[in-house]
Design a protein around this ligand. Sequence first.
Ligand code: MGP
Length: 295
Amino acid sequence: MATSSLSGAALQASRAALSAALADQPPSTLTSAEEGLEPGEIQEVNMEAQAEGIRTVFSDPTNFNVKHPLYSPWTLWFDSPATKGRNMPQTPVSAFPQTPIPQTPGAAAAQGWMEDIKRVISFDSVEEFWGLYNNIIPPSQLPQKANYYLFKEGIIPAWEDEANKNGGKWSIQLPKDKNRLNVDKMWLYTMLAAIGETFDPSPTDSENGSQSLITGVIVSTRPQFYRLSIWTRLAPSGVDEDGLRERIEGVGKYFKISVLGYPEGAKLAGPLATEVEFLSHKDSEKKGKPKKIVV
Ligand code: MGP
């Protein structure tokens, strides 16, 4: 049976998140010749001058206020049987920036579905992410039938949202008894890959007309299993448009191998377990047995 090698995935996901965090400080791309060095000659680094240019938490030990920005701000949402039918106030955590819930046509169409889903908080830096992560209940300790939804700010966790309506989701179902000790790390690495933008290595610069395929990630607890899902903006149809199917499959493979740590080709389906499989939201809404992509 396939086993999960989580330590490798942890390293990769943490590195990815870190490089995302440091994306505003690109490394020097000059060759040694361009820097006026002989081949093999090592440049002397003026540590003091360099230190002046770098801000770390040590630059301001009193306020501890240096932040490493993420590519995009993200919002965490939550629901559980306890949030159903209850008008709960938003979480009063003043240290985190709060943003209004977007009032889009999608939000209006999804009103019934969104009624029980509570917006927890938005964040846009690595430090705020860890502050949030360290202060919320991990999936293994959530009640049954609960979900965390981590979505890009401005996108609600509903099929009806403009960003989701033509998309789909990769998901894997994991039996609870065998994954109680794994699920928290799996969810952490899934979140790190999302905020570090490593699922879809295409440019994330929407001004250049190219956007990451990822809109959000979800962990769900059900009586006998956990489910992890990655939502995408687009879903391939029958004919492959501009390599979209390949790009979507790339997301699924990255999720299975690099984030969850399963070997390529490992068969994961079994009692209460599924493969890593993709389904468009349009097919999710239909009854019957739709065709899934499996990696
Ligand atoms: P689910 O929670 O994604 O599936 O959707 P699950 O876990 O198999 O079922 P559960 O009953 O154990 O929670 C369950 C149902 O919620 C769907 O059949 C829809 O009726 C509804 N639903 C789910 N999603 C993601 C949406 C959505 O985005 N919009 C709307 N309108 N309904 C949704």
